[in-house]
Design a protein around this ligand. Structure first.
Ligand SMILES: Nc1ncnc2c1ncn2[C@@H]1O[C@H](COP(=O)(O)OP(=O)(O)OP(=O)(O)O)[C@@H](O)[C@H]1O
Ligand SMILES: [Mg+2]
Length: 412
């Protein structure tokens, strides 16, 4: 009998902290058996600015996840976001003395170590070493060369790096909330893992996760990750623009945006929205076209920034699979139409897939990162012969009562 594997993902976002407890069964299905969420306090643009507040938010989210599963959570995998993320593509080769050499995991480990040594420095922490492809004997492209004969092997790797301090701070804050951090997954990698289809990765695709504090870009080409970048502009900026324009508090502006906001003036019907700002007896009348105009302006700025980046990096003509929008802001009405007008390519909204459990609650763009963390970790365990992840610690395996897991599964 194989064993059940429990993985706990913690997405500490700028607006919310989400904890998902995932259970991977023998047939490799991912069941989400626990969900916890709290409003994040103390993070701006994906960076910790008040650690005690962040610790409190994390504790709240963990408490809720524990009460939904009935088990204690002692360790998690956490996400790394923010604009400190960087990436590099590196290639390395090893030639063997014998042409009949059987390639082993340690050969692949040596290859990835060689590639990593080129980018390692004191200020950066390596988050991922993702093998993109292996070329055997300068000829055959293989996904996993372990066990095959060869005289030389070349590996192409995508390496994701983060500024050491911000990574250490996040780890410290999570551990201060009482759980161990077993591993990290970078935001853009996680979100893409949850929303993309293999064909899109082959054709070339850009994923944009627009959250509250940052917009994360990931570009895939020829089946694998090619580029990531985070921009420090996202949903909170839209909210603040609305607050300034209509003289509202941040909370009122957020409520107005979620309830009535649209992304394209051209498609929006003109109505007068009546709201009562706190402490005021008089209603405030807001024209829906003015609200749409405020949102459209900021979203256009974000899309222009991304478009420029894609152009500079020469990806614009290579993303034949189009653009996938995810993250909370992807819920904005008419955002797909606005993005299509700016990027002049196909755009779709990406929701997390390939999981069961809590589906109605979780199959939303704002949960792509948390679900993607579980899927990425699950997949990297399955391909353990490749050095897919630097932090190769075991997943968190808990003494969950078997009956509880079974009971929860029966609910879905
Ligand atoms: N229906 C909606 N319409 C418009 N905006 C929305 C909607 N739902 C959520 N948002 C916006 O999405 C943002 C939150 O998205 P998300 O939960 O993905 O962010 P986060 O992960 O907390 O932040 P980050 O990833 O930037 O650190 C907020 O700015 C929120 O206002
Ligand atoms: Mg996020």
């Amino acid at each position: 009998m194989g064993k059940e594997r429990i993985i706990v993902a913690m997405d500490v976002g700028t607006s919310k902290t989400t904890v998902l407890v995932g259970d991977v069964d023998n047939a490799d299905n991912l069941y989400i058996v626990g969900f916890g969420e709290a409003k994040t306090r103390g993070i701006e643009k994906g960076v910790i600015v008040k650690s005690n507040d962040v610790i409190r938010s994390i504790k709240e989210a963990i408490d809720m996840a524990e009460s939904t599963t009935g088990s204690k959570i002692s360790s998690v995998i956490a996400n790394i976001g923010g604009y400190h993320l960087e990436c590099r593509n590196e290639e390395e080769e090893i030639a063997f003395e014998s042409s009949k050499k059987t390639i082993t995991t340690s050969d692949l480990g040596e290859l990835s170590a060689k590639a990593t040594s080129k980018v390692a420095d004191e200020d950066h922490e390596i988050i991922h070493i993702i093998p993109k492809k292996y070329i055997l004997d300068e000829e055959y492209e293989v996904l996993d060369p372990t066990g095959l004969y060869g005289s030389r092997i070349r590996g192409e790797f995508h390496i994701v790096l983060n500024k050491t301090n911000s990574y250490m701070n996040l780890k410290r804050v999570i551990e201060a909330a009482g759980v161990k951090v077993l591993d990290f997954v970078a935001n853009p990698i996680a979100s893409s893992t949850a929303v993309l289809y293999p064909e899109e990765k082959e054709m070339g695709v850009a994923v944009l996760d627009i959250g509250a504090g940052t917009t994360d870009l990931a570009v895939y080409k020829d089946g694998s990750i090619e580029y990531i970048k985070a921009f420090p502009v996202a949903g909170n900026h839209i909210t603040m623009d609305i607050a300034h324009r209509f003289k509202l508090s941040k909370e009122e502006a957020e409520e107005l945006k979620i309830a009535y906001g649209t992304a394209l003036v051209e498609h929006t019907e003109e109505t007068i929205i009546e709201i009562y700002p706190r402490g005021s007896e008089e209603p405030l009348h807001i024209n829906s076209l003015e609200l749409a105009d405020t949102i459209e302006a900021r979203l256009s700025e974000i899309f222009d920034l991304v478009r420029e980046e894609l152009e500079i990096m020469k990806f614009l003509n290579k993303i034949n699979g189009g653009i996938v929008l995810t993250g909370g802001v992807a819920n904005t009405i008419f955002i797909k139409e606005l993005a299509e007008a700016i990027f002049k390519t196909d755009v779709r909204i990406g929701r997390p897939k390939e999981f069961k459990g809590f589906a109605e609650k979780i199959a939303l763009p704002q949960y792509s990162t948390a679900v993607g963390m579980l899927l990425f970790k699950k997949n990297s365990i399955n391909t353990a012969s490749t050095p897919a992840v630097d932090h190769s610690s075991n997943v968190s395996i808990f003494e969950f009562g078997k009956t509880l897991i079974e009971k929860l599964k029966n609910l879905f």
